[in-house]
Design a protein around this ligand. Structure first.
Ligand code: CO
Length: 511
């Protein structure tokens, strides 16, 4: 008996809810592992997580899901579904096809190898010994190549690497990224040269003055209050905890963030709280009617990163925000900000300098770190670079693009955990986040020209509302390039981001 279209769709959405409940429960257990779990709990926790992962996997690839999707897509009334319903069906179909085509053994082997590889990476990094890391990394790459070959078929991409990229940034290809990054490289290097020629030397000593952790907690609270990320009221849907590497996780009414505190780098917690709040607000602001549905998720890693960087950099490092914050910061920081004038503070937190480490990079040089990783990944999966050549290739590119000399592989090719964990194709989304952010900013400046003045007065509402209405609330209704087009009317372009950097840095560095 043929089911009605409406009935099948309803059933699919019920399965979507089951899956989302499972996945978000696993997410909270994962969060607990990072924040609260006592050390001894690690083994039983891995049992708990791997069973939940397995149940979620079976939930997705259940043949009944395939049958439901078939009956919906083949129904002669399919066209009567609205745009939202079609999008839900499309997203479910994509997930089902991708998950069903990967052999269970490959998935299990990859997740096992990721654990081994990350552990070896930690030891090899401490020992500054790439040779220790190399064999496990090679196995990891081999597994990812197998998956990429299968995904290339499923997704219909031109290359295996394009299939990996699509998992983070649906619809993007290495060719498109090469094109965008080519313009980015030229633009960033131009800004860097102007900064070097300006002769202005930011006083970075200022940021190494000690600020007590208690004071930093108060500063973090001020930052969350500013962007209206609620962790304290009776209706709060957020909370802040402490981990070595800050992150955010959660779904709609329970989205949590973490930060770290270093007494001799106090602004690090301020900016990481702003960054993670940007991620959290995105998740909380998705249209509530879409909860449990495929569209009720964020659009992509790049769009997510555009939102965190918007709050951290475009707002958080703006002279206007810093002007508003400085008097309050003085009250809690004590001697660290004594006699520090606003312009000196603004320059210090916007210092631009070529460096070796990506996560410490400023807004201008950051993109160059990403270009290096993108080019290496692309060439690795095209067979143009071999695993044993990675350190040399890495060091040459750092010299060429950033003019810095890498002295050992721990500060070079082994600095990030992504490759050890098998996350190839992830890095470009960070830089795309900056680029999308520049485009959103240009549009927001047209819609809300007074936003800087409002931030200077301590009012984030116009910015927060614009981001919610234009980006957050749209959830996963569009692929990233389509969302950008929907919001700005433009195809992805580099010019607004470079113009933003020129404008801002030009004022700070006087060019
Ligand atoms: Co982020």
């Amino acid at each position: 008996m043929a089911k009605s279209l409406k009935g099948s769709y309803q059933q699919l959405m019920e399965r979507s809810k089951r899956l989302t409940v499972l996945k978000t429960a696993a997410g909270i257990i994962q969060w607990d592992m990072e924040t609260k779990m006592p050390p001894k709990g690690v083994e039983q926790r891995s049992e708990q997580l791997s069973l939940l992962d397995l149940i979620a996997h079976r939930e997705i690839v259940d043949p009944e899901i395939g049958a439901l999707l078939d009956s919906i897509e083949k129904d002669r009334k399919y066209e009567s579904l609205d745009e939202l319903q079609k999008r839900n069906v499309h997203l479910y179909r994509k997930m089902y096809n991708e998950e069903a085509k990967l052999p269970d053994e490959l998935v299990a082997a990859t997740s096992k190898q990721a654990t081994i590889c990350v552990n070896v990476w930690k030891r090899a990094k401490a020992a500054k010994d790439f040779n220790m890391f190399r064999p496990e990394l090679a196995k990891m790459i081999e597994l990812r190549e197998k998956a990429a070959d299968i995904m290339m078929e499923v997704k219909g991409t031109k290359t295996p690497y394009d299939a990996l990229l699509d998992a983070f940034e649906p619809g993007i290809t290495a060719d498109k990224i090469s094109d965008i990054f080519g313009g980015m490289r030229k633009g960033l290097m131009g800004v860097m040269k102007k900064i070097e020629a300006s002769g202005v030397k930011p006083d970075s000593e200022l940021l190494t003055r000690r600020v007590k952790i208690d004071a930093q907690r108060k500063i973090g609270q001020m930052a969350m209050d500013f962007v209206k990320y609620d962790t304290t009221s009776k209706e709060a849907g957020g909370r802040l905890d402490e981990t070595e590497h800050p992150f955010s996780t959660g779904y709609f009414d329970d989205v949590r963030i973490t930060t770290h505190y270093h007494e001799d780098r106090w602004t690090s917690s301020l900016f990481s709280v702003l960054h993670e709040s940007g991620h959290a607000l995105y998740e909380q602001d998705i249209d509530q009617d879409w909860k449990w549905q495929p569209v009720g998720n964020a659009c992509s890693y790049g769009i997510h990163e555009s939102q965190s960087r918007f709050v951290e950099n475009i707002v958080g490092r703006s002279p206007e925000f810093l002007e508003f914050m400085l008097p309050q910061l003085r009250k809690v920081c004590g001697p660290a900000l004594k006699g520090v004038r606003l312009d000196r503070f603004v320059t210090a937190v916007n210092q631009v300098e070529a460096s070796k480490i990506r996560i410490e990079a400023d807004e201008v040089t950051y993109g160059l770190h990403i270009i290096i990783r993108f080019e290496i990944e692309r060439d690795l999966f095209a067979g143009k670079v071999k695993v044993n050549e990675l350190p040399q290739v890495w060091n040459e590119k750092y010299d060429k693009y950033l003019g810095v000399e890498i002295e050992n592989d721990s500060e070079g090719v082994m600095q990030d955990t992504h490759w050890a964990g098998g996350s190839f194709g992830y890095f470009p989304s960070y830089a795309l986040g900056n680029i999308y952010g520049g485009m959103f900013l240009r549009k927001m400046e047209k819609d809300v020209p007074e936003w800087r003045e409002e931030v200077r007065k301590g009012n984030y509402v116009p910015v927060g509302t614009w981001l919610k209405d234009n980006v957050h609330s749209k959830g996963n209704m569009y692929d990233p390039a389509d969302l950008v087009k929907h919001v700005t009317g433009k195809n992805v372009e580099i010019e607004p981001f470079i113009a933003y950097l020129k404008g801002k840095m030009g004022k700070i560095y006087g060019f």
